[in-house]
Write a protein that binds this ligand. Sequence first.
Ligand SMILES: [Zn+2]
Length: 462
Amino acid sequence: MKLYKKPTIEPLQSILEARDQRAFLKNQIALKSQPCVSLSLNVPGFPKSNSTTKTFFRYCLHDLKYTLKAHRIEIKEDETIEGCDLAGDFFIVPCSTANLNLMEIKQICEDFEKNHPLGRFIDADLNDQQGNSVSSGESKLCFFCLERPAIECRRENAHDFDELRSFMFPKMAAYCMNQKEESVIRKISSLAQQAILSEISLSPKPGLVDKFGCGSHADMNYQTFMDSTAAISPWFIELVRAGFDFQDEDLTKALPLIRKTGLSMEASMFETTRNINTQKGIIFLMGLSLFACGKLYRQNDRFEVEEFRNIIRDICKDLVKNELGGINHSGKSHGEDIFLKYGFSGARGEAESGFRMVFDFGLPQLTGVTELNDEVLIKCFLSIASNNDDTNILFRSNPVVLSGFKKLCNSALENLTDTSYSAVIDFCRKENISPGGSADLLAVTIFVWMVIKADRQQIFTF
Ligand SMILES: [Zn+2]
């Protein structure tokens, strides 16, 4: 890519010179008998480029390139000329016509403008092999008055430049913000899916379903978890977006919203697994995490551990007291039963603490880790499991077995060998227990680690 250097002369005369320079560049391409596509913005007044137009231009360019490629128009990336001069941001690229004639390519450029929500601010043009501008003969309406052809309003300076600029810049800024938001939402959702699949695929795991077997479960296997994950994943986007859109000061009001989506996810999970509960726990924990990420990116535009934890804590404020404190009869769910029997608060307590197990025991195991692998994930799991009062274990056994399990996990973590890890696996088999709660917290840990990594690599900025 050639970067075109910005001239240092004064406006007006030099804007014309900049345009001449662009025409010259297009002619250079024509000398090689190649047509070229170019992109620029209609920015009235001066300066013609600022941070808003630049970001908007980058989104448009990205879109245009994909549109051309989707139509099998080959653009010569290594001969691209992209830059900013006094006439604004611009892009010129030679293209090969493939099976299309020039009028068909021109039509694709026109359709690109027409279909773009702010296409009236964009000029996607085509020059032929002789350097002449290819015209469709259609005149465009002025984007401001929508009454007269743009060319007339421009020629007569029919509208005040400041008025035009304050009309278009906020629209461009809102468009860019929306694009950014959508890309953050997509990325965070995909990381959640990746994290859940990584946890499921980690093998072997004590008592849990993995690639090699079903652990202590008779009614589900690896495939059940694949199916179930596919069934719940379509809601991830909705959860992040709900976080982005949430305006209320009182975050406890977010809990019913998250739970409502969670109920749809559960229904989809049960339908897919034929009534087997594979992922109720992770639906709750990941639901909170996805919502909190949306809220956080709307607020700060970046991931902050303490802020993330505070959002989770605020959403789940008094959750244990409100939902488990008043139970004086046989509990309705596993979690309620366990709380009644032993006083362990399970996923609710973990959420109310802002994911203490994740941040105090899981994530520290991944400090300095650049790529995840089985060994670090097993350590991460053992660190969580040796501290977590896993209600899934209690549901099938008692506190003595839980304490034995935690001790074994701790020994395995201190000296991780095949023997020490096998001891944990054998114990789970013998006691027929499954640390599903710790597995869910491992998935959340992986998710948080991935979001932090993506954030550091600036994946969320365009
Ligand atoms: Zn007009």
